[in-house]
Design a protein around this ligand. Structure first.
Ligand code: PEP
Ligand code: MN
Length: 332
């Protein structure tokens, strides 16, 4: 159950009142928000006199639910707006990893030439093997900062573990939590304490319920700016890297109030399928698309097989515009 409580006359400290009701709480503009377990269906009489409004929820998808907020939340960073009534489909593109100044320079030129505002690239890579490229770390963040400065791009980059969060918060416009970190509570809780937008990727072995409940950890920390990203789940199929759950995307659009982003690159795992899959994602009318593109995919230090080259990406972008037009969305 979600409660909005008047600020005036609320006993202090508020945290003690919340704790005595097993409520998670945070402060909003003109009220406090208490979130109790979804099994609580009636306003506790001990809180009644301060309650402005109350919502019951049928599961612990609470703050993210359409039941609580009927309309899509709007999230903004730089001059990018996603969700709300914008009808925007935001393109987030770039290489899997930040590898060198030259690579990011070439990527930034491609993106700005196509009118794309958001560059993605990982500096801290959550790799499957410890013997492969792990990312340039802080140096990678600094390289991203320089293309940000030079080209006015905003930066989406991932956090691998909570020890890097302060650096990521300093350098990123959007913090990406990778699929393998979806359940990292240190990361989730710290991300709840910043206002930076957080792009949360779905773990590849998790249900939609589990995924959105992880978003609840961030929202209930007081950070309203959460984006959900479906990037493929593991099924019995082995011919493709993962299986992009478009049914899941439809569920998230229908039942949650958070912007939904699709990542066809990590789902497919092979560049040959990425353009068709991206067009299918576009046709679903989602709020954002995340696509990996590299100046020379063959030499990429991570995810080499799935990254588009610049010519393929340019062709893909051209093909998305008529689809966007047909479904009344703006590609930004
Ligand atoms: C990435 O975006 O490069 C990445 C590692 O993605 P995921 O966490 O979805 O595997
Ligand atoms: Mn990648």
């Amino acid at each position: 159950m979600i409660l909005h409580l008047h600020k005036s006359n609320l006993p202090q400290p508020v945290g003690e009142l919340a704790a005595s009701h097993q409520a998670v709480w945070f402060e909003a503009d003109d009220h406090f928000v208490f979130v109790l377990s979804s099994s609580v269906k009636e306003v506790p009489s001990s809180l009644e006199k301060w309650v402005q409004s109350a919502w019951t929820c049928d599961s612990d998808i609470q703050l993210a639910s359409k039941n609580y907020r009927k309309t899509l939340r709007e999230v903004q960073w730089g001059n990018t707006k996603i969700g709300g009534t914008s009808n925007n489909t935001v393109i987030i593109a770039g290489p899997c990893s930040a590898e060198s100044a030259e690579q990011l320079e070439q990527s930034a030129q491609l993106l700005t030439g196509l009118g794309i505002r958001n560059i993605r690239a990982g500096a801290f890579k959550p790799r499957t093997s410890p013997y492969t490229f792990q990312g340039l770390g802080l140096e990678g963040l600094k390289l991203l900062a320089s293309v940000r400065e030079k080209y006015g791009l905003t930066v989406v980059t991932e956090v691998r573990d909570a020890t890097q969060l302060e650096e990521i918060i300093e350098y990123a416009d959007v913090i990406q939590i990778g699929a393998k970190s979806m359940y990292d509570h240190g990361i989730l809780r710290r991300c709840g304490k910043t206002n930076k937008p957080v792009l949360l990727k779905r773990g590849f072995g998790t249900t939609l319920q589990e995924f959105v409940q992880c978003a609840e950890f961030i929202l209930s920390g007081g950070n309203e700016n959460v984006l959900l990203c479906e990037r493929g789940i593991r099924t019995f199929e082995t011919k493709t890297r993962f299986t992009l759950d478009l049914c899941g995307a439809a569920y998230l659009k229908q039942h949650t109030n958070l912007p939904v982003i699709l990542d066809p690159s990590h789902a497919m795992g092979y560049a040959y399928g990425v353009p068709d899959l991206t067009r299918a994602c576009m046709a679903m009318g989602v709020d954002g698309l995340l696509v990996e593109v590299h100046p020379t995919p063959k030499t990429a230090l991570s995810d080499a097989s799935q990254q588009l080259d610049h010519a393929q990406f340019t062709e893909l972008m051209a093909s998305l515009h008529p689809i966007a037009k047909a479904i009344n969305r703006n590609i930004v």
